[in-house]
Ligand binder design. Structure first.
Ligand code: PEP
Ligand code: MG
Length: 573
């Protein structure tokens, strides 16, 4: 009998193959009192040496498939294995408490793992897995326990494990390993990130998959939907085979667009850009050959920190992204905090409607020293690439002028201090409040560009909290009122001779793209994985036809009617 299970789809792709289960060898670590601590420390040191050699070997195997940046995890593991502070603590336990080496390593690693696992930040929490990975390697080396060598797999399998460590994942040969399923893990765990770069389908967080299957069982999996079927019947296999073929054809089709210019069928060029929230996300932007970064949500640097991030810390992050993108433009949005985004180290005032309250540029203009620190970091980083800066939640021209005046002061100050800075930083604004949308032309006397934030523009236009499930039906990207505001914004910017982008979710919405193209949107910024799909779609549409479509859509009364207009557009194309 077949059995369906659902987990977190962490890496796209469809596979059917037999199971290769990695058994979790429970290592018994006894605490033994030792007499010769000198000897025990020698055992420890040679185990560390052996572990470092193993990690270096894995890194070498992995270097054939992973990028420089992805390989950094192994350098981090080597550093962890050799970490002098950790070593000192282990040695102290051996010398002062007479513990055996394996027990001492386990004790120190458990303390560290617990500390990392207690962080709020999911990225930091997942570093606990790295510490476990390294220490269990060292303990196995001390106890002379062989580790499973995944590089020897030479037939098509889907791996099932409790969890896959980064070093496990890096050893997988994608010619044979057709997917993996694990009990634990999520979309941001290292194994998920690596699975995506290796393009191996993966479903994580399946809770008890290791108990449900035995070696030799067949499993069919879809890494996009997160659904797996254990021992599928003939009909289910046939269905998966179809999904698999569709997936392959679609992927091949999309890859053709990687190096193509982003343009409509009749040659209107546009930019298709990436939204990112961290330095690591820039990897995806470059993998999918984004034309630019249209939105770097800088608030994640603040939300991941334990205190206000310093000028230098911010500078390093902005510089890293700018260098990664070369001469492609990187639009960094200044701190957009408040509403649903809070900080561990700052108490926001109690408000009835935080989304309408003290947030984003309102906070930056009030807490000027924080704003200046961020602008200093940004402007200093401008020497390393093609930087643009934009301010979030601008409601009035006066706010924009105030923000820009502070920017100008900081810019001049840095030049006086002798810093190298770019001469061509564009300074723009988000349009996410209707007041800014209707007045874009006047705003653009002062702003170099605008980027439409439809996520907020919709909540403010419809007066519907974007976090509330109950009113989510009012999230209506195709509602003619929203379309009119977007068109007004784009037209206003163009009349002032400026460019208009969009970085809200709507920019990557396949359904809405023909309308946005027809309105003359210059830059579509979206999650990196949507880029090729958007590029393909735009290449199939004539700008002239899309322009006509906008006229029809704007005459409609509601979004259902707009959808009908869109449907007949696709039918007649
Ligand atoms: C938006 O509001 O559309 C936007 C891009 O910003 P955020 O989703 O970060 O509020
Ligand atoms: Mg917003």
């Amino acid at each position: 009998m077949s059995r369906k299970i659902n987990g977190i789809g962490a890496s796209n792709g469809v596979s059917i193959a037999k199971i290769f289960k990695i058994e979790n060898v429970e290592i018994e670590i006894d605490s033994k009192k030792i007499e010769d601590s000198e000897k025990e420390i020698n055992i420890l040191n040679s185990a560390i040496e052996k572990s470092v050699e193993q990690i270096e070997k894995i890194k070498m195997v992995a270097s054939k498939t992973l990028s420089e940046e992805e390989l950094e995890v192994f350098d981090a593991h080597i550093q962890m294995a050799k970490d002098p502070e950790m070593l000192l603590e282990v040695e102290n336990l051996i010398k002062n408490e007479n513990y055996n080496a394996a027990y001492a390593v386990d004790k120190v690693s458990q303390q560290l793992t617990q500390m990392f696992a207690s962080f709020d930040d999911p990225y930091m929490r997942e570093r606990a897995a790295d510490i476990k990975d390294v220490s269990s390697r060292i303990i196995k080396a001390i106890l002379n326990i062989e580790t499973t060598d995944l590089t020897t797999i030479d037939e098509e399998v889907i791996i099932v494990a409790d969890d896959l460590t980064p070093s496990d994942t890096a050893q997988l040969n994608k010619n044979f390993v057709k997917g993996f399923l694990t009990n634990i893990g999520g979309r941001t765990s290292h194994s998920a990130i690596m699975a995506r770069s290796l393009e191996i389908p993966a479903i994580l967080g399946l809770t008890n998959i290791t108990e449900l299957v035995s070696n030799g069982d067949i499993v069919a999996m879809n890494g996009e939907t997160g659904m797996a079927i254990i021992n599928p019947d003939d009909q289910e296999i046939e269905k998966f085979q179809e999904e698999y073929n569709q997936f392959l054809n679609h992927k091949k089709e999309l890859e053709k667009f990687l190096n193509k210019v982003s343009a409509s069928k009749d040659g209107k060029k546009v930019k298709i850009a990436s939204n990112i929230g961290s330095v690591a996300d820039a990897e995806g932007a470059s993998k999918f050959n984004a034309d630019a970064i249209g939105l770097f949500r800088s608030e994640f640097l603040y939300m991941d920190a334990e205190n206000w991030p310093s000028e230098q810390e911010q500078f390093e992050s902005y510089k890293a992204v700018l260098e990664k993108m070369g001469n492609k433009q990187v639009v960094v949005r200044t701190l957009d905090i408040g509403g649903d985004k809070t900080l561990k180290y700052f108490k926001f005032p109690e408000e009835m409607n935080p989304f309408l309250g003290y947030r984003a540029i309102r906070l930056s203009l009030d807490k000027k020293e924080t704003f200046v620190t961020q602008l200093r970091a940004l402007i200093r980083a401008s020497a390393y690439g093609n930087l643009a800066i934009m301010f979030p939640m601008i409601a009035t021209i006066d706010e924009f002028k105030q923000a820009r005046a502070i920017y100008d002061q900081v810019y001049n100050q840095l030049k006086e201090e002798g810093h190298q800075v770019s001469e061509s930083i564009e300074v723009g604004m988000m349009v996410e409040i209707p007041a800014a949308a209707v007045l874009t032309e006047q705003f653009c006397k002062y702003a170099d560009f605008v980027s439409i934030g439809t996520n907020d523009l919709m909540q403010y236009t419809m007066a519907a909290d974007r976090m509330s499930e109950k009113v989510s039906y009012l999230y209506q990207p195709l509602n003619p009122s929203i379309l009119k505001l977007i068109k007004m914004t784009i037209d206003g910017a163009h009349r002032a001779g400026k460019w208009a982008g969009m970085c809200g979710e709507m920019a990557g919405d396949i359904n809405a793209i023909p309308l946005l193209l027809g309105m003359g949107l210059d830059e579509f910024s979206m999650s990196s994985t949507s880029i090729l799909e958007a590029k393909k779609l735009i290449s199939e549409i004539n700008f002239k036809d899309a322009h006509q479509l906008v006229h029809q859509a704007l005459k409609c009364e509601n979004q259902e009617q707009v959808q009908e207009v869109l449907n007949s557009f696709w039918e007649n194309k």
